[in-house]
Design a binder for this molecule. Sequence first.
Ligand SMILES: CC(C)(COP(=O)(O)OP(=O)(O)OC[C@H]1O[C@@H](n2cnc3c(N)ncnc32)[C@H](O)[C@@H]1OP(=O)(O)O)[C@@H](O)C(=O)NCCC(=O)NCCS
Length: 169
Amino acid sequence: MIQLTKDWVIRQFQEHDLESVVEINRQCLPENYPDRFFLGLHYHAPKAFLVAEKEDAIVGYIMCRIERGISSFGRLPTKKGHIVSVAVLPEFRHQGIGSDLVEQGIDGMIDYGASEFFLEVRKANKSAISMYENFGFELKRVLKGYYRDGEDAYLMVMGLDESSEEDSD
Ligand SMILES: CC(C)(COP(=O)(O)OP(=O)(O)OC[C@H]1O[C@@H](n2cnc3c(N)ncnc32)[C@H](O)[C@@H]1OP(=O)(O)O)[C@@H](O)C(=O)NCCC(=O)NCCS
């Protein structure tokens, strides 16, 4: 059944959330990191490291990095927002929490000047790919053997839709 009310909050990660976020990352993804990696991303782009809180517990997170590089849509150098990791605990999925994290994570990256976004996702991860496609992410290329276990990744990219940029007038 479609749930219409949003009964979670998205807020910036704080250092006391570290244990919960590390645990969600371990439960949900094979790509795990030392504490300093999470904290490094928090210091780097605090507005784009967010947690979802529901029933007084952290149930999901997104963390992102701002990188400079050649645009995926042209040849000019640009600021790109990289979705490094996003996850929602299994019992809280299919309510819109993952999409809310991605939407607000993108807003955070826009605040740092990113005008396009990219991510790597396992080729077999249908639910994540479908969520990203709903935002307008498109397959840019296949990264052969990207993951430690040899699975390929899809590199997905999305440009900022100019119609969604704030009016400068
Ligand atoms: C990918 C992931 C973050 C998505 O989280 P989520 O909270 O389930 O995401 P959403 O609820 O926004 O969307 C998931 C689906 O639920 C549907 N949905 C959203 N709100 C809904 C609602 N109120 N009622 C019913 N269905 C709903 C969405 O339409 C979407 O359907 P689709 O997959 O057919 O497009 C989650 O599956 C996850 O943590 N996976 C493991 C970690 C992972 O793979 N991370 C990505 C690595 S790149």
